[in-house]
Design a protein around this ligand. Sequence first.
Ligand SMILES: *Cc1c(COP(=O)(O)O)cnc(C)c1O
Length: 382
Amino acid sequence: MNAPLPLLPFADPGAGYRALQPEIDAAVARALASGWYILGREGEAFEAEFAAWLGNKPDAPQMHAVGCANGTDAIMLILRGMGIGEGSTVVTVSHTAVATVAAIEMVGATPLLLDIDPDTYTMDADELASVLADPPPGLPPIRAVIPVHIYGQPVDLGPIKEACDAAGVLLIEDCAQCHGAELHGWKLGTIGHAAAFSLYPTKNLGALGDGGILATPDAELAARIAAIRQYGWKRRYISDLQGVNSRLDEVQAAILRVKLQHLDRQNARRREIADAYDAALSGTSLTPPTRRAEGYHVFHLYVLRHAGRDAYMSKLKSLGIGTGIHYPMPVHTQPAYEGRVPLGPANCAETARAAQEVFSLPMFPEMTDEQVARVCLALRQL
Ligand SMILES: *Cc1c(COP(=O)(O)O)cnc(C)c1O
C-alpha cells in the first residue's frame, strides 16, 4: 500500500514565503544592509503604497496609513487616536477573533457584543440599530462601532453606516481578514472613519512575523496616531501626547512591500479555489458559504457549517484534508469574558450556534491545482 499523503493544512504561510523567496530575500537583504531597522524608509514606503492601493478606486477618499506592531494594536491605536477609552462603550460582535474585544478593553472602554446574521456571520444590523436607538441601561455612552469583515466577507456596511451616522457614533472597520475585499466597488477599509488590518503571517496580506497597519481618510487622525504609536512624540524625545510603543519594523515592511504587489492576484486565486469547492459541494448535504451579491469576498477562510461538523471533519482528516474551526468558542463564553462582558438584546444566540457548527477547509493562494483537486474529490465523498 502507498504511504498516506501528508495532511493538507488549512493554511501554509511557509508556502507563501517559498513562492516569493527570491524577491523577499532581496528585500530583507536591502533592509538589513540599510543600517536602519525601525520606522524608516521601508515603513514609510509601505504605508504610502498601502494607502494608494486602498484608495485606487473611483470616488475613493485619499487614504492615510500608519504601520504598527500588530492588528490588535491597530484597533487600540485607532480608539486612542479618537479619544475613546474609559467611560465609553464600543459595540462589536462576539463572533470574531478575541483580539477585537481585547483591543477595546486595552483602552479601558466597555465592549458591547452583538449577534451575527447566521448566513454571512457578520454583525446583525437590525440589532445594532435597536441598540443605538435604545442603549442598554447602565452602560457608558456608545462612541464607536467595530463591525468585523469576517472570513473575507464584507459586512453590509450600508445600514450600519446609516445607523452610526444618525447616532453620531464613529465607524471603525476590523479589516484583519479582508485585505482587498470590496462592497459596491469600494475597498473595505475606506468606508468607515478608520480601519485596522492585521498583518499576521496567515492573513491575506501577511508579514513573516507580527505586523499591523491602520488606515483612515482623516489626515489629522493619522498624524495623531503616528505620534501615539511612538511614545506620543511629534518631535524626537518630546512626548506631546500620551503614547505607547507599537511600531512596524523595517524588515517586515520590506517584506510586506513585496507581498502587497501580489495580493490582488492571490485574492483572485483564493476565489478560484472557492469556486472549485462550491462546485464540488453541489449534490452533497453541505451548502457553500454565502457570498454577498454586492461584495467581493476574498476568502481569508472558506467556512462550511453543519450540525454534524465533527463527523465531517474526521472524514476529511481520514482523506488527508486538514480543517480548522473559526472560532470554537464565542468571545462571550470564554473564561476571561464569561458573565462579565455585556451582550446585546439578541444574547448572541446565533453566535453560539455558529460556534458549534462551523469548520474551515484548506485555503491559501499557493495551493496547487492537484491539492485543490484532492480537496474537491474528498468533498464529493461527503
Ligand atoms: C487576526 C485578527 C485580529 C488581530 O490581529 P493580530 O495581528 O493577531 O493582533 C483582529 N481581528 C480579527 C478579526 C482578526 O482575525
